[in-house]
Design a protein around this ligand. Sequence first.
Ligand code: NAD
Length: 474
Amino acid sequence: MATKPKSPESFSTSVDRMADRAFAALDLDPGIASVIKACEAIIEVNFPVPIKGKIEIFTGWRATHSSHRLPAKGGLRFAPAVNQDEVEALAALMTYKCAIVDVPFGGSKGGLMIDPAKYDRDEMQLITRRFARELIRKGFLSPSTNVPAPDMGTGEREMAWIADTYKQLNPENLNYAACVTGKPVQHGGIAGRTEATGRGVVYVMREFFRHPEDVKAAGLNGGLAGKRVVLQGLGNVGCHTGHLLQDEDRAKIIALVEKDGALINTDGLHVQQIREYMNTHKTIRGFPGAMFTENGRAVLEMECDILIPAAMEAQITEENAPRINTKLIVEAANGPLTFEADEILRKRNITILPDALVNAGGVTVSYFEWIRNLSHIRFGRMERRYDEMRGEYLIAAMQSLSGKPVSDDMRREIVKGAAELDLVRSGLDDTMRHAYQEMREVLLTNPKVTDYRTAAYVVAISKIARSYFDLGTF
Ligand code: NAD
């Protein structure tokens, strides 16, 4: 297959080279590997929007990396430096990610070159709606073919505007709400989507710590409690990851790296308080009770048990990889390690839990949201009260058989019917655990696989190759 040459340093080359290790471990025909790696389609749009009385031209992309399963799924990123290669790389990651967590979608990603901080709410709405119209008209956005979700620089607000734009252009489509996920709950979103990626990161970490042999192989011991964590990025993913680790797992966030510097406190930082401070002051500088340094990048090299890059790609490169001083790297962001950094860290026996698994919680709950939109009913609506009634019968039976009263706490737990949020978290936990176990199984059984990333790619590529084969692609 003839494909456009890529720069050797590019993000998409890095993703391809990581996947190549898995192709080698699987002994797959190079032709099949090229089919799986190639980006199926990409569109670039340039569109004008009147801003403060002047016309500004915006450039955006949407890539469909694979459509062996439909719709193709992937976030929409609003950032000043976004580019076509980045969008293609992230779309490829989505293909692998969906396969790893058994979400029946192809891979896609979109980006708009914009600094959202420079525009007010009304301007952002105009720009987002216009971008959505371009993608809809050109066949790159619909409930059945291509479904965006939030990523860096976008959130519920943008997703609601996109869904409404689609609805206006397709008033006859009953399923319009499924054209995008990550919407506000009152506009067809699902409880638990906003926290899903961060929560999924923590579920993977908990599963890792349930396997003492895996923990020992990483040079660690015990559980998450008391582990010293350096966290980079306090956006959607970083914030939820950090606060769950701190509040539910009693891990210690000893440093937090943001774009304008880092905060350090070896006794532990309070993630939500820092987030609130950041919301008010637009910086972490000056947050009380912690040491501030402008050199955030150097803080990634601080000694810790677990390093969690949750900000953006290419944060650990061949330049700083030799100095990274941790036992375990948990890739909450997409592509935080370059291929070269990954090679160096592997040789240094630093354990890496890969992005394609670790941050797949977002697309998993997006899948739940998409199903909810197509079924037009919230999860748990039919059975919740029925389950509660069964719980009451169960308690009555227990009391009459034992002759003893059931305690109030036990009664509450037995009687409680699952709300949508309970079901979403349960489905997410199950998905992340199962995916970790599949990846682990490959690592334990395939002698050519010696790291978690290659194992995760082997899981993904085996499923994708099978799907292409069944469809007669090769
Ligand atoms: P976000 O925009 O909400 O947050 C990113 C945070 O990183 C911001 O607080 C920003 O200030 C900070 N940051 C930016 N550059 C930095 C730098 N050089 N050093 C330190 N901090 C920096 O984005 P997000 O949605 O949290 O996404 C973060 C990463 O996770 C991205 O790689 C994204 O692709 C990935 N991801 C996000 C989701 C999701 O559901 N949001 C799902 C899967 C993967």
